[in-house]
Design a protein around this ligand. Structure first.
Ligand code: TRP
Length: 330
């Protein structure tokens, strides 16, 4: 028998969802919700740790992200979907866990050090940013998660989460499960230029992108740069476009395409045209659903309300027990 996990994961609302997110993260979530008890939330407080200077951007991305999730196949009947800041209990648990989290654990966190170095333009010397993993721990432990799907960069945070859970259990009696990480395979899909797909590199295709624009982007994609002419043999493993085909057109005869490329009988233009057509097929139903949701804000609201009610009920139950364990119950 397979174990049914309690799964928690979140995404920061910092921009439109692109294909990298879809194939890296969302597809996995959509699969997990079929068998497990899933909580997926929009981590707007986490976005605020770095975007506190322009919070209005976060607010506008929240409904967008929700619409993208649902349009792509996250099912509010199966998963509990909510926004972090709607559940105040996360803030209370963050505070309580902060009491037992040694500063050294946070200061040593490699992701913390890296991001601080990368985002020099932003002042991240804040209490909130240092405490990022504590808030994340609160998100996870609140729902007694046993498994957390995350990318490589989030692994140190998850390790901290496990240590904080252990420390809580040690002080106040066994209570929290120690969640295991489910490592999301990153970069299944490179950006249009071969680097990591990211909105800030301008090499992304977003789920809601105009199809005309998508076609243009595909037509100007880099393929195998070592292949200069049609009669040169190409290498699909050194081609930027081929991974797209394997994800967006898995039903095509990829072996045959591969052979055509390596034998120099198939040109890159053919691949581009095929990808453009398949991408359109892939995006069209997602965009139809997106437009439907966009035209119906009441529906989006009610989806969020329903998830919020369910999450809140669980969070309130957890908080009673946690306060009780810590001798703080009123
Ligand atoms: N920090 C995560 C990210 O940037 C988002 C996140 C917040 C999260 N809370 C979480 C992920 C809890 C998993 C579990 O990707």
């Amino acid at each position: 028998m397979t174990t049914v996990h309690r799964i928690v994961s979140g995404m920061r609302p910092t921009g439109p969802l692109h294909l990298g997110h879809y194939f890296g993260v969302l597809q996995n979530w959509i699969q997990l919700q079929q068998e497990h008890n899933c909580y997926f939330f929009i981590a707007d407080w986490h976005a605020l740790t770095s975007e506190y200077g322009s919070p209005q951007n976060i607010a506008s991305f929240v409904p967008e992200l929700l619409i993208d999730w649902i349009a792509a196949g996250l099912d509010p009947q199966k998963s509990t979907i909510f926004r972090q800041s709607d559940i105040m209990e996360h803030a209370e648990l963050n505070l309580l866990l902060g009491m037992i989290t040694p500063l050294g654990w946070l200061e040593r966190n490699p992701t913390y050090k890296e991001i601080k170095q990368e985002l020099v333009a932003k002042d991240l010397n804040t209490f909130g940013f240092l405490g990022y993993p504590v808030l994340m721990t609160a998100d996870i432990l609140m729902y007694h998660a046993t498994m957390v799907p995350v990318g490589q960069d989030q692994l140190p945070h998850l390790e901290l989460c496990r240590e904080i859970a252990r420390r809580f259990n040690y002080f106040y009696g066994s209570y929290f499960p120690e969640p295991q990480a489910q490592l999301t395979e990153s970069a299944k899909l490179p950006g249009l230029d071969g680097r990591k797909m990211s909105k800030s590199y301008g090499n992304a295709i977003s789920l809601g992108e105009d199809l005309q624009e998508v076609r243009k982007k595909i037509m100007s994609m880099l393929t195998d740069t070592a292949r200069q002419r049609l009669k040169d043999p190409g290498d699909p493993d050194n081609c930027n476009l081929f991974p797209y085909l394997s994800l967006v057109a898995p039903d095509e005869n990829l072996d045959q395409i591969r052979e055509g490329c390596t034998q120099a009988t198939r040109g890159c233009m053919e691949c581009k045209k095929l990808l453009a057509a398949k991408m359109e097929e892939f995006l069209t139903p997602i965009q139809a659903k997106r437009n439907e949701l966009k035209a119906n804000p009441d529906l989006v609201r009610s989806i969020l309300d329903q998830g919020t009610a369910k999450a809140r009920e669980e969070a309130q139950r957890s908080m009673h027990e946690i306060r009780d364990k810590m001798g703080m119950e009123r």
